[in-house]
Design a protein around this ligand. Structure first.
Ligand SMILES: [Zn+2]
Length: 371
């Protein structure tokens, strides 16, 4: 009897363990022949994990956003080796935020001849950006996580609002995930791009034409999207993030225009930078309307000392009654979008993502668009 109970307990434990997705576990889906998308199922869990796309052509393999954490880059490499004997020839980085490239180095270590491609701005931001200042960000993170723990214990968030049980559970999980996150942060490496582009470029992989689309500032000043015309496949990078968007250092007026142009491609498979794969442009249109609202509100208030934005209706639509999504919409979009939107309305976009000019020069003598 005792043995039976033990067995039941063990089975329950193993089932539970299998169902519990690891912090950096990627799940893969072949969305078109030779096109694989990997992402973590739970898009909201923190730290956020970016989606990766692998495109296998006759001549070689292109990876779009190879991973923000080394453990992710290793899974991408494993997946490539499981699917093909072809070498990785191109690693494309959608934008400079570390969750899209800091963990991709295992792919380049395995395929050192692969080109590392970014937009020129992304290259400069990778050379100069906060992603390189690991120790500084670790010390800062320890402080932030201690403050979050305190907020959860008290049940009161930094803005004085009270936390629901769902939010407490979300942030408690975030705290629980911190040791693993910190361990992966310690492993991260920022690579140096080997080829930069200023405009849209096409890479012929053999049977697949990877179009790297640049249409102007959006989520950052250097976002590249990946489009495969024959497959009607679009990977947006963080130009689109689901289920709630991010708005750090962004350009909402231009962003709305860019996203409407991407929607105009009428892709049948749309992979956002984070979140589940989509099959139509409904979410892109929802984002475009949100960014237009931010830009319009900024235009109206650009001369005011204390501009105040109102996204209550949009928040209700994006959060759909989920208090965690509502909180994340505030933290990741409403709060950060204000300064970028005001800078854009005032014509001062150089304040959005300031770079060291001397370092930015590193990315000048590079090969431009075309193969
Ligand atoms: Zn991201």
């Amino acid at each position: 009897m005792r043995f039976f109970l033990l067995l039941v307990g063990l089975t329950a434990y193993l089932t539970g363990a299998a169902a519990d997705e690891g912090l950096f576990d990627l799940t893969w889906r072949e969305v078109a022949k030779g096109v694989f998308v990997g992402g973590r199922k739970d898009a909201l869990r923190y730290p956020v994990v970016a989606n990766t796309t692998i495109v296998v052509g006759r001549r070689g393999v292109l990876v779009f956003d190879g991973g923000g954490y080394a453990v992710q880059g290793e899974q991408v490499l494993e997946k490539i080796r499981a699917e093909t004997k072809k070498p990785v020839t191109h690693l494309v980085i959608s934008h400079w935020h570390g969750d899209h490239h800091r963990g991709a180095f295992p792919i380049i270590e395995a395929f050192p001849d692969a080109e590392i491609i970014t937009h020129r701005f992304t290259c400069a931001a990778m050379a100069d950006g906060p992603e390189r200042r690991v120790e500084e960000s670790e010390a800062q993170l320890d402080t932030t996580y201690a403050a979050v723990r305190d907020a959860v214990d008290k049940g009161i968030w930094f803005d004085g609002s009270s936390l629901s049980d769902d939010e407490k559970a979300y942030f408690a999980r975030m705290i629980g995930d911190y040791p693993e996150y910190r361990m992966q942060l310690a492993r991260m490496k920022v690579m140096t791009p080997t080829r930069v582009i200023d405009e849209t470029a096409i890479i012929d992989l053999g049977g697949k034409k990877a179009t790297l689309i640049y249409m102007g500032p959006a989520n950052t000043a250097g976002d590249i999207a990946l489009y495969l015309p024959k497959q009607k496949f679009l990977a947006t990078g963080d130009i689109a993030v689901a289920p709630t968007p991010y708005g750090f250092g962004s350009y909402p007026r231009e962003w709305a225009r860019v996203i409407r142009q991407l929607a105009g491609l009428r892709a049948a498979i749309i992979v956002p930078g984070h979140g589940a794969v989509m099959s139509d442009d409904a979410y892109l249109q929802k984002l475009a309307a949100l960014f237009e609202s931010a830009a319009d509100q900024a235009s109206e208030q650009k001369d005011e000392e204390k501009p105040a934005f109102d996204f209550d209706a949009e928040k209700a639509a994006f959060a759909a009654g989920d208090p965690v999504k509502a909180r994340l919409f505030d933290m990741f979009f409403v709060q950060p979008i204000a300064s970028g939107a005001i800078n854009e309305a005032r014509g001062e976009t150089d304040k959005n993502e300031p770079l060291d000019g001397a370092i930015a020069d590193l990315c000048v003598p590079a090969i431009s668009a075309g193969e």
